[in-house]
Design a protein around this ligand. Sequence first.
Ligand SMILES: CCCCC/C=C/C(=O)SCCNC(=O)CCNC(=O)[C@H](O)C(C)(C)COP(=O)(O)OP(=O)(O)OC[C@H]1O[C@@H](n2cnc3c(N)ncnc32)[C@H](O)[C@@H]1OP(=O)(O)O
Ligand SMILES: NC(=O)C1=CN([C@@H]2O[C@H](COP(=O)(O)OP(=O)(O)OC[C@H]3O[C@@H](n4cnc5c(N)ncnc54)[C@H](OP(=O)(O)O)[C@@H]3O)[C@@H](O)[C@H]2O)C=CC1
Length: 260
Amino acid sequence: MTAAPRPSPEECKVLPAGALRDRFAVVTGAGSGIGRAVTLRLVELGASVMGVGRRAERLAETAALAGHRFTYRALDIRHEPPDFLAELAELDLLVNNAGGQFIAPAAEISRRGFDAVLDLNLTAQAALLQAARPGLAARGGRVVNLSLSAPDRGIPGLVHSAAARAGIAALTRSLARQWPAIKLFCLAPGTVLTAGVGEELPPEELAGIVERTPLGRDTSLDEVAEWVAALGCGIADAVSGALIEVDGGSGLVAAAALAG
Ligand SMILES: CCCCC/C=C/C(=O)SCCNC(=O)CCNC(=O)[C@H](O)C(C)(C)COP(=O)(O)OP(=O)(O)OC[C@H]1O[C@@H](n2cnc3c(N)ncnc32)[C@H](O)[C@@H]1OP(=O)(O)O
Ligand SMILES: NC(=O)C1=CN([C@@H]2O[C@H](COP(=O)(O)OP(=O)(O)OC[C@H]3O[C@@H](n4cnc5c(N)ncnc54)[C@H](OP(=O)(O)O)[C@@H]3O)[C@@H](O)[C@H]2O)C=CC1
């Protein structure tokens, strides 16, 4: 299979300059990978961003790249109440990006392990949404919940995460109906070659997943960042509630079968 060429960072930037001028966004997991790339693009498009994550030093690195329109709060979304969101009178965009899991055969996932992954990828995110609702409603704001492609088609090795990600897709749809003042989207990448995914999977396994992806390549950080910015700026409001899989078609095939 011939791989499609990866778009350059500049080719991914299709939104006009200033598309997010004077908007205020919160991005969880802003200290690394997708969250950092999203933050930098939102700032480039004119937004002010508050980043969240556990490790202050990673957030400080993002701050050094993003400049004066970036502030951050070092906190654990699983173990600390989301007061920082409830305190915001106005919020234009919440990017629920912090997440992750461990890869294990279903039979080896304990109740605590299952709970930890459900908590991080669904329950904690639901609490953030609840806390952000008044601020978002005040601005007719938007939410982008990051998920994982193909949760509804089954992912061996990630059964806890697939369950959580299917849950966040359902939550997104349900809230889009219940909170009409807020537009919500669920964005589901397949494989994005971040350091985070590199810690989860050895390079040869990642290469195999990418090879089996119909597009023949990973999804780039810049592509994901542009999708988040586009959903966040308002041009896609008519598709509110949708699960959008930005995965090169990997969810259509058994690209991600990670454990027996
Ligand atoms: C096609 C490509 C597919 C992959 C695409 C996805 C990519 C990404 O998501 S990129 C992000 C990559 N990074 C991560 O995913 C790391 C995120 N993980 C975590 O933050 C944590 O592991 C956690 C939140 C999932 C769990 O944290 P914590 O609550 O601190 O965990 P504990 O150490 O206290 O353990 C709780 C419970 O879970 C069991 N457990 C932990 N690791 C494993 C493992 N590898 N296998 C089996 N079980 C595991 C642990 O044993 C505990 O259970 P008990 O032993 O019953 O107490
Ligand atoms: N990369 C990929 O191929 C894919 C990734 N995804 C999802 O996209 C999102 C970002 O992934 P990626 O950038 O690759 O991975 P990273 O591991 O780089 O990003 C995860 C981020 O979330 C933060 N985070 C994790 N747990 C918590 C917590 N309890 N409280 C606050 N912040 C937390 C981490 O910061 P810190 O550790 O400092 O808290 C980190 O910045 C995740 O939800 C991931 O599952 C989905 C599909 C594919």
